[in-house]
Design a protein around this ligand. Sequence first.
Ligand code: LMR
Length: 330
Amino acid sequence: MKIRLSMAFAAAMMFASAGAYAQAPITIKFSHVVAPDTPKGKGAERFKELAEQYTDGKVKVEVYPNSQLYKDKEELEALQLGAVQMLAPSLAKFGPLGVREFEIFDLPYIFQSKDDLRKITDGDVGKSLLAKLEPKGITGLAYWDNGFKVMSANTPIHTPDDFLGLKLRIQSSKVLEAQMKALDAVPQVMAFSEVYQALQTGVVDGTENPPSNMYTQKMHEVQKHATLSDHGYLGYAVIVNKKFWDGLPADVREQLERAMSEATTYANDIAQKENDDSLAAMKASGKTTFYEPTAEERQQWIDTLLPVHKEMESRVGKDTLEATYKALGR
Ligand code: LMR
């Protein structure tokens, strides 16, 4: 009797826990540092929508924008510890993780167009860069666009001569540091969430960002001048905690891969328009004066910044740089 009762109890417990398992959704916390109304913010929301739909509610995605949970450096640590499952950091922020090769994306004038960029993100170089994350306990899923950057400051910055001594905020990339030094500016690494206040209080004089980030953080309210220099690119790698990802049931992972692939197409399709609209809105506000360099001035920018490639060859890796040039047909 005793045995029969305990068997019945065990069976009931198994049934209860199986039921609980079937009902409790798997939660993906997706943390990021920009506003919801940006290419990345919208991409994250689209992924959430599709992931929940394709997994039929088995997965719940919680998106935390605007550094609500973690700032730049902390979010990578949180991902490795499993406190969050998904991020999309800028490609300029992988250096502190020990994967310096991602900084090829920061080289000034490396891409002349989005077509150039795709040759890297959709090709062997892009794949091999994501593979370098695996030993760090991270799986790379996709590349998402933001766009080409503008330079901003409180004084006109039409040519490289205008940068002497300006304190400029950068992301945590040695290539960006070298770029600012080539302009005779003083680079200062700072978390994205702190940039508005640093500009407002004069801790830094200026910065660089695609228009969508500049506008949604209201940087145009605290920057008098900006130059449409298109001197560099800012984009993202969507990454997940590898242990979490590998531990998902295979069918769920496939559904999430499908959601990610469609969210990637969406995010990359809207990125240019988001930036165009943000630029138009900032111009209309009249707070920042936007300057389009002449062909001669643009050439001065190129002549000043191109030597950064050679200077940073050992940082980004000779092989990676050569493979990048080859893929770009240079
Ligand atoms: C920055 O720190 O300027 C950007 O990386 C922010 C972002 O995620 O676009």
